[in-house]
Design a protein around this ligand. Structure first.
Ligand SMILES: [Zn+2]
Ligand SMILES: [Zn+2]
Length: 586
């Protein structure tokens, strides 16, 4: 039995127990067991289970071991089957509606007899749901929005999850007989923030269908479909679709380029190739005499088309072909260009780690500074700092800076933008920070005009240095709040407020499509990890690709500058005559 399959079954049991309203300890036991099994390196867990050795691992108790034994011996679990038969499938689907947890689903089931998402939608629309105790009109509206989000996002995955799954598959496929080379292609390779499916390109020494047979045995593969041609489609146990393109070694480079896409980008390049007498045939680049060009790589494809090499992140048909032709492609920012990070939390608010440990993690990354930006006093849900805590934190930072060599901790804050557009704390305390990030964390449901007014008002405060996660979106779960982003970009350009690219993998906010516009208007972008522990600093490793997707260069990014320049950037805005006038007027 493959660990991925076993983990998936255990997870399914946990979900079923949860929506049935069963004991939380029982639910968690299965969640923990699933996590342990999923992390196993073994391709087959049978020996571990038969010898009961697996029960020495964390999270495996007698109940979960019994299920695992059942799975290993029969390929199936009686317990799971019983739960499946006696639980309406729609209840589990309802778990995927944002804002709807197992407790509420259980209530809806027992209170209104709701068993499917469609019935849920009907009850939310006709007022029955609002009348149920503990619900209400607001909740009903929220659930309706959640259902819309569910429809929109089903079948999509965050980049971080898809990329991990793709890496796992890549390794497994690489070990199959007859496989010479395998690479991840598609939107994962272009660093898309949300991914619909996984694409792998495989160079094979024999026939493609031999590999198709072997693919069925790769851990986590549930089904192989359409294995006749060069494309083998797989359905993974977790529902992810994977397309495997099997090609000869000679065709590999062009196949990799083509299946990396985007489709529109490749079509435009192929047009240029044809104008110059080249063509792509069976994933080979052929010249005007029909002869295959030798030693082709991706560079050669662009060169033959008369174009500069287009970096992976830019292949989205957003003007990159014209720029590649004119030689005006941006020189994209790289991870090693970052000299520090400015959006980080410590255990003063909702982070888990001391300032000292965050700083040493930043030093280990080769950075020269780390800005601590904890939550402000209005953010009570996140342990926001009152005035005393701020002053204590500043003393601690001063002392630490005395000690640290060649490294500096900056005094930042993530101040709430209040409902009326004022920035938390007021001028006197705000003046003590090296820089101020202002973020909206509450009252997301305002109308667009009101929300835009709120944010623009905050941006008119000369103490605001950076607008944090400007649209508040959570990928696949929460829509951006309604705000006129073009207006925000215009004001940022005019007033010198930096906009954030928040690199939390669930946010990646501002969206890269807007970053591209912000850049052309001359807006400075802060690329922030929003780290709550040292591991969170690594959010920049992927986030930098999103910055690149937004065409950002070194000069566009605030934290490619030295600490002194960051502080000067904040000060310049505070002291600019225009900003001063605005603040006196308000
Ligand atoms: Zn925030
Ligand atoms: Zn934050």
């Amino acid at each position: 039995m493959d660990p991925q399959v076993a983990a998936h079954r255990l997870t399914e049991i946990a979900l079923l127990l949860e929506v049935r309203g069963e004991n939380q300890f029982k639910v968690r036991a299965f969640v923990h067991a699933a996590r342990t099994v999923q992390g196993l390196e073994e391709e087959d867990i049978t020996p571990l289970v038969r010898s009961r050795e697996i029960s020495r691992l964390p999270g495996i108790g007698s109940t979960t071991l019994a299920v695992l034994s059942d799975l290993v011996e029969t390929g199936d679990s009686d317990y799971l089957n019983l739960l499946r038969e006696t639980t309406p499938a729609g209840l589990v689907e309802m778990l995927r509606v944002p804002g709807l947890g197992p407790t509420r689903i259980h209530k809806l089931h027992t209170g209104l007899g709701i068993e499917t998402v469609a019935e849920l939608e009907a009850a939310a629309r006709d007022g029955r749901l609002a009348k149920l105790s503990g619900f209400g009109v607001k909740t009903a509206e929220k659930i309706l929005r959640g259902i819309a989000v569910l429809r929109e996002t089903s079948g999509k995955l965050l980049h971080s999850l898809a990329a991990a799954e793709a890496q796992r598959l890549r390794k497994a496929v690489g070990k199959l007989p007859g496989v010479v080379r395998v690479e991840i292609a598609g939107s994962i390779r272009r660093s898309a923030e949300v991914v619909r499916d996984i694409d792998l390109v495989v160079a094979v020494s024999g026939a493609a269908n031999e590999v198709a047979g072997a693919l069925a045995k790769v851990p986590g593969v549930q089904e192989v479909t359409g294995g006749g041609g060069p494309v083998v489609a797989l359905r993974m146990i977790n529902g992810v679709r994977t397309d495997v393109y099997c090609v000869t070694e000679a065709s590999f480079p062009v196949a990799l380029w083509r299946s990396t896409g985007s489709k529109e980008h490749c079509e435009l390049v192929i047009d240029r190739l044809q104008q110059r007498g080249f063509a792509i045939r069976d994933d080979r680049l052929v010249d005007s005499k029909g002869k295959a060009v030798a030693d082709v790589d991706e560079e050669a494809v662009y060169r033959s088309a008369g174009l500069a090499f287009v970096p992976l992140e830019l292949r989205e048909n957003r003007g990159e072909i014209d720029a590649a032709e004119a030689g005006t492609l941006p020189e994209l920012v790289r991870l090693e260009d970052l000299r520090g990070a400015l959006h980080c939390h410590s255990n003063y608010s909702d982070g888990t780690t001391s300032i000292r440990d965050m700083a040493s993690a930043a030093q280990q990354r080769g950075w020269r500074y780390l800005g601590i930006s904890d939550h402000s006093q209005s953010a009570q849900y996140a342990g926001g700092l009152d005035r005393d805590a701020v002053l204590r934190q500043h003393d601690e930072i001063d002392a630490l800076n005395q000690e640290l060599k060649g490294f500096r901790v900056l005094k930042g804050i993530e101040a709430d933008i209040l409902a009326d557009g004022t920035v938390d704390y007021g001028d006197d305390l705000l003046d003590r920070f090296d820089y101020v990030i202002g973020s909206v964390h509450s009252r997301f449901s305002m109308g667009s005009a009101q929300m835009t007014e709120r944010i623009l008002k905050a941006m008119s405060d000369p103490r605001l240095t950076i607008l944090g996660h400007p649209t508040g979106r959570l990928l696949l779960t929460r829509e951006p709040f309604p705000v006129d982003i073009e207006a925000v970009i215009d004001v940022a350009a005019e007033s010198g407020v930096a906009l954030e690219l928040n690199c939390d993998p669930h946010r990646l906010d501002l969206d890269w499509r807007w970053l591209q516009l912000a850049r052309t208007r001359g807006v400075t972008i802060e690329v922030g990890p929003d780290a709550h522990d040292p591991d969170g600093l690594s959010f920049l490793d992927f986030g930098i690709h999103i910055a690149r997707k937004g065409w950002l260069e070194v000069s566009d990014v605030l934290n490619t500058r030295d600490a002194d320049d960051v502080v000067a950037f904040a000060r310049a805005r505070r002291e600019s005559p225009a900003a001063g006038r605005k603040s006196r007027g308000s």
